[in-house]
Design a protein around this ligand. Structure first.
Ligand SMILES: *[C@@H]1O[C@H](CO)[C@@H](O)[C@H](O)[C@H]1NC(C)=O
Ligand SMILES: *[C@@H]1O[C@H](CO)[C@@H](O)[C@H](O)[C@H]1NC(C)=O
Ligand SMILES: *[C@@H]1O[C@H](CO)[C@@H](O)[C@H](O)[C@H]1NC(C)=O
Ligand SMILES: *[C@@H]1O[C@H](CO)[C@@H](O)[C@H](O)[C@H]1NC(C)=O
Length: 439
């Protein structure tokens, strides 16, 4: 419900992919999300005292510390860990921020006919183990295709952080196996360098805090590890790429970022830490804090336009062209992947295929996926004379068939692998032998 007199301000996306002026950068650097801004914010709005669980962090009282849902994440918040058998809530987007979640090795189990879900050990009953068992059963029945990967679980029963599409790319997943930020070309040793710690932290913060503001967490690199260079305002520090813990002292960067031992000219600019997208985002946050200072109630904020690595997110809206497009990290369109606003192709647009395709083309890989006009994976792919169904993330689902029998695949859909023709099933196949209706 809107409060009486409150005004909903939907901040529209600022132009994307265009050049931002030095003045804008300076604005972001000098006025937004600086320590001064936060000192000021904390003075006027007062952060809540961190709960005792997070201050204690002993065997019985512990929790996770997050930046809280305040402009610039100036305050910190503690989400307490629950113990075995404690009541919990399943939550999700749109729910209030939970004060506590099931601790390590536990998950919130909704028992049949039981009103209150409780924290139970993951292990055997966890989603990942269950998926593993299902996979093994299907393999027995000969239902597993040759590019399908057995779900990989950790000791707690969570999904391992990296999932790979053989010969193409590997991407980060959260503990429930859902895809999150972070992708790299599939190589034999990728699992050693790619562990997605930073990306998982960013995803958890977004999910738990359910913030109306983009949540600022540590900056990640493209593979979902921590960017080794982390800055707040003018002060920077080097951190370990996997733990995020400092490996250097704090340095003032007014004389350039190159004073830091982890400065890498291929990844960082000497003059400013902020990336183009980050400075645009910070300007938006600054606008919000101005509106709030004027007693407007900012109820809506557009989707975060940046990825956790500070570059542009993969779907961007063209400022004037009336379409969404698949964006590279600098905000430019990838090939010609786009979808008109309010179209069916826009509603289902993921750009996951377009991004993977760019990564693979740039690294001169041999297997390049074909994508739909909106940058999604095509629901049916063929490789070396065999065809198979593909999920949203590019993984094979089900068993492959020889190319001449592809009509019998459940994803054949009359030859429309992109839902391009809406609900109509286009029958355009010249050889209609064995043509079946899509179930
Ligand atoms: C942990 O810390 C809390 C709060 O300070 C305290 O009450 C509790 O006794 C401590 N537990 C252990 C096992 O040290
Ligand atoms: C960093 O150094 C500059 C120039 O020496 C100085 O003006 C500024 O106050 C310093 N910033 C911090 C946060 O110490
Ligand atoms: C970074 O900038 C500073 C100040 O302009 C300069 O002294 C330094 O040499 C630069 N370092 C690199 C690696 O360009
Ligand atoms: C086609 O649409 C269905 C249902 O709307 C969706 O589940 C599927 O992922 C879409 N396929 C593609 C390739 O976009």
């Amino acid at each position: 419900m809107h409060l009486p007199g409150a005004i909903s301000v939907a901040l529209l996306m600022l132009s994307c992919g265009t050049h931002h002026t030095v003045a804008q950068l300076e604005l972001a650097k000098n006025y937004v999300c600086t320590e001064d801004f936060c000192d000021n914010y904390r003075e006027n709005s007062e952060c809540e005292v961190l709960k005792s669980a997070c201050r204690a962090q002993n065997a019985t009282h512990n929790g996770i510390i997050f930046p809280s849902a305040t402009p610039c994440s100036c305050c910190r918040t503690c989400i307490e860990n629950l113990r075995l058998g404690d009541d919990c809530s399943v939550g999700g987007l749109g729910y209030p921020v939970p004060a506590s979640i099931c601790g390590p090795g536990l998950y919130c189990k909704v028992a049949d006919g039981d009103e209150h879900p409780t924290c139970q050990p993951m292990l055997e009953s966890s989603k990942c183990y269950t998926a593993q068992k299902e996979f093994d059963e299907q393999r027995q029945q000969g239902l597993i295709g040759h590019l399908m990967q057995r779900p990989d679980c950790d000791a707690d029963g969570h999904y391992q952080p990296v999932r790979c599409i053989p010969g193409q790319t590997c991407y980060c997943v959260d503990e429930d196996g859902q895809r999150i930020f972070g992708e790299a070309v599939h190589t034999a040793s990728i699992q050693i360098s790619m562990r997605c710690e930073c990306s998982r932290l960013a995803a958890k913060a977004r999910k738990l805090l359910n913030s109306q503001y983009p949540v600022l967490t540590s900056r990640c690199d493209s593979k979902g590890s921590f960017d080794q260079l982390q800055c707040v305002d003018e002060m920077c520090v080097c951190v370990d790429m996997h733990t995020g813990h400092p490996t250097s002292d704090l340095r003032n960067i007014s004389r350039g970022l190159s004073v830091l031992p982890c400065f890498d000219r291929r990844l960082h600019e000497n003059i400013t830490y902020l990336r183009d997208c980050e400075s645009v985002k910070l300007t938006q946050l600054y606008d919000i804090s101005e509106f709030e200072a004027d007693d407007f109630n900012v109820l809506e904020f557009d989707r975060d336009i940046c990825q956790p690595d500070g570059y542009y997110d993969r779907i961007q809206r063209h400022p004037t062209g009336g379409y969404l497009y698949c964006s590279d990290r600098d905000g430019a369109i990838i090939e010609d992947f786009r979808a008109p606003l309010n179209s069916r192709l826009a509603a289902t647009m993921t750009c996951k295929c377009a991004k993977a395709r760019k990564l693979l083309l740039d690294s001169k890989s041999l297997e390049i996926p074909e994508c739909c006009p909106n940058g999604n994976y095509r629901s049916l792919a063929c490789r070396r004379g065999e065809c198979y169904c593909v999920d949203e993330d590019g993984n094979q689902i089900g068993i492959e068939r020889p190319e001449k029998d592809k009509q019998s695949l459940p994803c054949y859909n009359g030859g429309d692998y992109c839902n391009a023709s809406g609900t109509l099933v286009r029958v355009s196949c010249p050889s209609n032998r064995g043509l079946r209706d899509h179930p």
